[in-house]
Design a protein around this ligand. Structure first.
Ligand code: BMA
Length: 378
């Protein structure tokens, strides 16, 4: 092409068009998000139209019959592949402790997060933090949020908690010293009534204020640019998520958490229908707002229903094309039965009766584990 004023004007206009074109793809709420963080959101939004990524909480840290063994994972032991999404829990980071509320060493967790990232996987973090006002656990049910907001009696304690959280999030780096993208999912299940940050213990828009404060503090005060913010209610009163929504400038991913008891016959069918309905609602709302929908926590404790993965979860997703458009589904942790809780596991482990069903789930063409995951950070 000959270089002329007309041509250069054309080039300038063309690049301007690309830069401003909304079709360019979804962008994180953090304009200064790292390149990898931006790519992750874009790729999640792209892949969800064809695939659903499988995730598991604390997968590399422990399993039903093992604790802290390099390379081990219950999911990998039964399917040959690691999950695509790795969930981590950092409750007690706010207290300056070296171990989480589930007794996982934070130093080791940092390494596992790096391991997951370096195999191409996705890390998401939840935070069951203690109550900054009275020192009780997450499951304390007292009015708290208004006391930790700016001008509240315990705002300074809350800032100390956020500082410790930020230090951890900012310490998650790959071998080149670059920050690892994290889907951060604070203040979850607020539509339920079991955590102190529940909507039940707030007035007006206090919850949204807490959410916005958290985002701004981490992003703008602490300059953390490796975070995607996931906003997730619970199946309980899930529609309350929308009146409480902090707004499109403060959320990247929208989801909800949902757990299922083993049931039979019509009750089971109704539960499946209910899940499809909630997923469809979630996906439609997320899409209307230009956000990525995800099934941020789920499972059936101890997999009493041996075909839960294919006959329940997959069936509920396959019942409606909208329900299939979630980016990932994360099942909860496989607690170690000697050191922690017994029968508190959500993925099968070697010898469990649902191994075969779980492998059929993995082999479904819609479901992706780490072995089939395309590059998510480019
Ligand atoms: C809960 C249970 C608890 C755990 C908490 C945070 O749902 O698994 O045992 O302490 O999550 O991981």
């Amino acid at each position: 092409m000959k270089f002329s004023l007309k041509n250069s004007l054309f080039i300038v206009l063309w690049f301007g068009f690309i830069a401003c074109n909304p079709k360019e793809g979804i962008q994180p709420i953090d304009k200064n998000a790292t390149v990898q963080t931006k790519a992750l959101l874009k790729n999640l939004d792209k892949i969800r139209h064809e695939k659903v990524l499988f995730g598991h909480q604390d997968d590399l840290a422990y399993g039903v019959n093992w604790w802290d063994e390099p390379g081990k994972s219950d999911v990998k032991d039964v399917t040959g592949a690691y999950p695509a999404v790795f969930g981590w829990e950092i409750g007690h980071i706010e207290l300056g402790k070296t171990e989480s509320l589930d007794k996982v060493s934070f130093d080791k967790m940092r390494n596992w997060i790096r391991e997951a990232y370096e195999m191409g996987g996705i890390n998401t973090i939840s935070w069951h933090l203690d109550n900054p006002v009275n020192g009780k656990s997450s499951w304390d049910k007292t009015v708290t949020i208004k006391h930790i907001l700016p001008n509240g009696s315990h705002h300074d304690v809350f800032l100390t908690y956020l500082d410790r959280l930020a230090e951890f999030l900012g310490s998650l780096k790959d071998k080149n010293g670059e920050l690892i993208p994290i889907i951060f999912r604070p203040w979850h299940e607020h539509t339920g009534t079991w955590f102190w940050w529940s909507l039940a213990f707030t007035e007006g828009d206090e919850y949204a204020q807490l959410w916005k404060f958290t985002v701004e503090y981490l992003r703008d005060t602490k300059n953390l640019h490796n975070l995607l913010f996931a906003y997730a209610g619970s199946n309980t009163n899930y529609k309350d998520m929308w009146p409480a929504y902090p707004g499109n400038d403060f959320v990247d991913i929208i989801g909800f958490d949902d757990y299922f008891q083993a049931k039979t016959g019509e009750d089971r069918e109704n539960d499946i229908k209910g899940l499809t309905e909630r997923l469809v609602f979630l996906v439609n709302e997320a899409e209307k707002n230009g956000k990525v929908p995800a099934f941020t926590e789920c499972g059936q404790e101890a997999l009493v229903d041996r075909t839960w993965y294919t006959e329940f979860l997959l069936k509920a997703m396959n019942a409606n094309p909208a329900a299939q458009r979630i980016a990932y589904v994360l099942t909860w942790r496989n607690a170690n039965m000697d050191r922690d809780r017994k029968n508190h596991f959500y993925a099968p482990y070697p010898g469990h009766e649902s191994v075969e069903d779980f492998n059929s789930f993995k082999n479904n063409s819609m479901i992706l584990f780490s072995d089939e995951l395309p590059p998510m950070y480019k």
